[in-house]
Design a protein around this ligand. Structure first.
Ligand code: C5P
Length: 236
């Protein structure tokens, strides 16, 4: 059950990130390493988390031509993380190529392949900002159509807002993972996030994993903040 909460380690140094993991203690079993930390000290951080028997979501949001992404995914598969992502707007062929190289590499290494998921529309984006991209659909429609494309490509799930989770579940079925950032406990600062929900609503809407960063990592007591969210997840 604790695995449903993924804490985003958005820190510039290994030292800061390790301090946060130590502060969260047993309350957190799953961590997200994103661009900032990965570019600063990625592989060392992943080893640290693995030594502590924590799960790792490597959030690098890959997007490039199919050959480049599939080769990058092959290399990242060797890190032994639990989840990796690409951008769904990279298209069907890019996602298929990523999935295939991951499968091949995991098989060659004799390890379980990480989950491969696709980012749909960033949770920081609201309808107004989205409309400037000129897709001529609503955010929710675009998220669902990207989720269907990710499923068609054989991916394990998507990153989306919990506001779209019910529609994704309907369109993509019960075994398709829905990972939701943009989670804020009632009354917490939204910062740059737009399409937010509370932890309880995210679970009720069908999210499998909740990604939470600043409400925990910037809290005076990260362990208490994580415990409160874990309880809200349990009671939802
Ligand atoms: O601090 P906060 O809870 O807003 O952190 C959310 C995390 O989830 C960040 O690390 C961000 O990169 C990530 N994320 C997101 N929206 C997406 C995909 C990932 O906020 N669509």
């Amino acid at each position: 059950m604790k695995d449903k909460l993924i804490v985003a380690l958005d820190f510039p140094t290994l030292q800061d990130a390790k301090a946060c993991v130590d502060a969260c203690g047993e309350e957190v079993t799953y961590y997200k390493v994103g661009m900032e930390l990965y570019y600063a000290a990625g592989n060392e951080m992943i080893s640290f988390l693995k030594q502590k028997q924590k799960k790792v979501f490597l959030d690098l949001k890959l997007q490039d031509i199919p050959n480049t992404v599939s080769r990058a995914v092959r290399v990242l598969t060797r890190l032994g993380v639990d989840m990796i992502n690409v951008h769904a707007v990279g298209g069907l062929k890019m996602m298929q190529a990523a999935k295939q190289s991951m499968r091949e590499e995991a098989q060659a290494l004799g390890i379980a392949a990480p989950k491969l998921i696709a980012v749909t529309i960033l949770t920081s984006m609201d309808e107004t900002e989205f409309s400037a991209l000129n897709y001529r659909t609503s955010v929710a429609e675009q998220v669902v159509s990207l989720a269907k494309l990710a499923k068609q490509a054989g991916l394990d799930g998507v990153v989306a807002s919990a506001q779209e989770a019910k529609k994704i579940r309907q369109a993509c079925g019960s075994d398709f993972l829905i990972v939701t950032p943009g989670v804020r406990p009632a009354g917490a600062a939204t910062q740059d996030q737009s399409r937010i929900t509370t932890p309880a609503t995210a679970i009720q809407n069908g999210a499998d994993y909740l990604v939470v960063g600043r409400p925990i990592t910037q809290a005076a007591n990260p362990q208490d903040a994580a415990r409160n969210i874990q309880q809200e997840i349990c009671n939802a």
